[in-house]
Every structure is written in structure tokens, then in C-alpha cells.
Design a protein around this ligand. Structure first.
Ligand SMILES: CC(C)(COP(=O)(O)OP(=O)(O)OC[C@H]1O[C@@H](n2cnc3c(N)ncnc32)[C@H](O)[C@@H]1OP(=O)(O)O)[C@@H](O)C(=O)NCCC(=O)NCCS
Length: 222
């Protein structure tokens, strides 16, 4: 997956299978270093993405080159329901995996805030341009891009955009018309990528003590 000269064969985006979960966990750990999830370890991340991939409310898509995952996107048609479903069906597994971390108050607070944020947050700053204002004045969409990462060797070749397009097809098939994504305001890479991938700025809010930007994307109907 991290060979110095990656093959240039075609990239295919497909739903994540169980055997790719360790690679997805590694892509998350290597690419998304700012969030607290990376600190919970590869086994936790593999279990989390397994749960997201198998929930009826969400999917994980991987970008494959020569049968090797070189990127992934995790997304949900309803993040609140997805967390509820995961807690109901796999709560005990996650409690066991989290036990060593739960004793750290800061981690416990981050976990609670993450699970509760679909119901507790609302982006605050109205955007300057009227088109964005029109999109953000409505209720924020329940559908969400949860995370995306591409192997460093493969970045800048359109893999991230392919994954977002695959997510868009999944949303369109389920009648989703808008989706959101939230990212750290200070992270230039993800803010630049989301804008380039068709997301429009919708406002900011504070989460885990950090300023976050919320973006909204219109989904092309099928
Ligand atoms: C963000 C990320 C997924 C982008 O993947 P990628 O495969 O490199 O992106 P693509 O090659 O498809 O680029 C798509 C567009 O995003 C833009 N983009 C990518 N990185 C960018 C950056 N650092 N700053 C500004 N724009 C950027 C590209 O210019 C391109 O725009 P264009 O189509 O107008 O030329 C990848 O850089 C990554 O894995 N980063 C680490 C993990 C991360 O930050 N995830 C997001 C938060 S969960």
C-alpha cells in the first residue's frame, strides 16, 4: 500500500470488505492525525469502520489499486441513527475496546461529544454568498461524509474525488439530496479538498474546543 512507486492501474471504488478494515484503520491513523480517534488505536478503528460498513445507515467505500486499498471514504445517510444502531448492536464490543481509554477523562469527554454532536451542534456563522446562505438556512442535512483519507503516495491524483463521487452515488440511490461534512477550520488540506469536491461553506462551530467548519454539498439525483 505504501510502495515508493505506486502502480498506475485503474482505481475502482467499492464497498469495504472485512479483510480491508486493517488497511482502512491504517489509512485513518496515517492520514487523519488531528482527531482523537487515531489515538484510540488500530483495533478500535478497524472495529469502528467495520461497524460503519455494516450499519444500514452508513457505508465505507475503498479505492482499490491492484486489489489494495489506497483510500477510503466513510459516510452516513443519518449519523445520529448510525451511532444509535452501532451502540445497540455493538455497544459491548466498543465498551471492551474502549475500557483502557475510558479511564482518561479527556477521551471519555471526546467520545461523548462525538456521539452527541449530531443533536447538539448547529453551525453559527452565516456564509457571505447568497447561494450558500440558501443551502445553510435550512436544517443541516442528516447525511454526512464522516471521514476520507488517501495514501500519501496516491494523493493529488483524483482518488479523493473518485471516493466523493462514489459516496454521491450511494446517497442519490437512497434519495439523499444534500450532505454535510465537518472539518477543523485550521486544516487547509481538508478545507481545500472539500471546496474542490463541490462542498459549500455553511458556517462554524466549536467542538472538542476546536473551531470547526461545516460544508454542505448538493447531491445530483440518480
Ligand atoms: C484530503 C485528501 C483525502 C484528498 O485526496 P486526494 O486524492 O489527494 O484528492 P484529489 O487528488 O482527488 O484532489 C481533488 C481536489 O482537491 C484539491 N486538493 C487536494 N488537496 C488539497 C490541498 N491540500 N489544498 C487545496 N486543495 C486540495 C485538489 O487540488 C483537487 O482539486 P481540482 O480537482 O480542482 O484539481 C487527502 O489529501 C488526504 O488523505 N489527506 C489526509 C486526510 C484528510 O485530511 N482527510 C480529510 C479530513 S477527514
Amino acid at each position: 500500500m505504501t510502495s515508493p512507486t505506486p502502480a498506475r492501474g485503474p482505481i475502482t471504488c467499492i464497498p469495504c470488505k472485512k479483510e480491508w478494515l486493517p488497511a482502512v484503520a491504517l489509512l485513518h491513523q496515517q492520514g487523519i492525525t488531528t482527531g482523537f480517534l487515531s489515538r484510540l488505536g488500530a483495533p478500535f478503528l478497524a472495529a469502528l469502520y467495520g461497524a460503519i460498513a455494516s450499519s444500514r445507515w452508513s457505508r465505507v467505500f475503498v479505492a482499490l489499486s491492484d486489489q489494495q486499498p489506497v483510500g477510503f471514504v466513510a459516510c452516513s445517510i443519518d449519523t445520529g441513527r448510525m451511532y444509535g444502531n452501532i451502540i445497540l448492536t455493538k455497544g459491548l464490543l466498543f465498551a471492551a475496546l474502549l475500557l483502557p481509554n475510558v479511564l482518561r477523562i479527556s477521551v471519555l469527554r471526546n467520545i461523548c461529544e462525538t456521539i452527541l454532536y449530531p443533536v447538539t451542534h448547529r453551525a453559527k456563522e452565516p456564509p457571505a454568498n447568497p447561494a450558500s446562505a440558501q443551502m445553510s438556512n435550512r436544517e443541516p442535512p442528516k447525511a454526512e461524509l464522516l471521514s476520507v483519507a488517501v495514501d500519501k503516495q496516491w494523493q493529488g491524483r483524483g482518488v479523493g474525488k473518485l471516493l466523493v463521487a462514489e459516496m454521491g452515488r450511494y446517497f442519490a440511490e437512497r434519495g439523499v439530496t444534500r450532505c454535510k461534512v465537518v472539518t477543523l477550520a485550521k486544516d487547509e488540506t481538508s478545507n481545500g479538498f472539500y471546496r474542490a469536491a463541490g462542498f459549500e461553506f455553511a458556517g462554524t462551530f466549536v467542538h472538542h474546543g476546536n473551531e470547526m467548519c461545516e460544508y454542505i454539498k448538493a447531491i445530483q439525483p440518480k
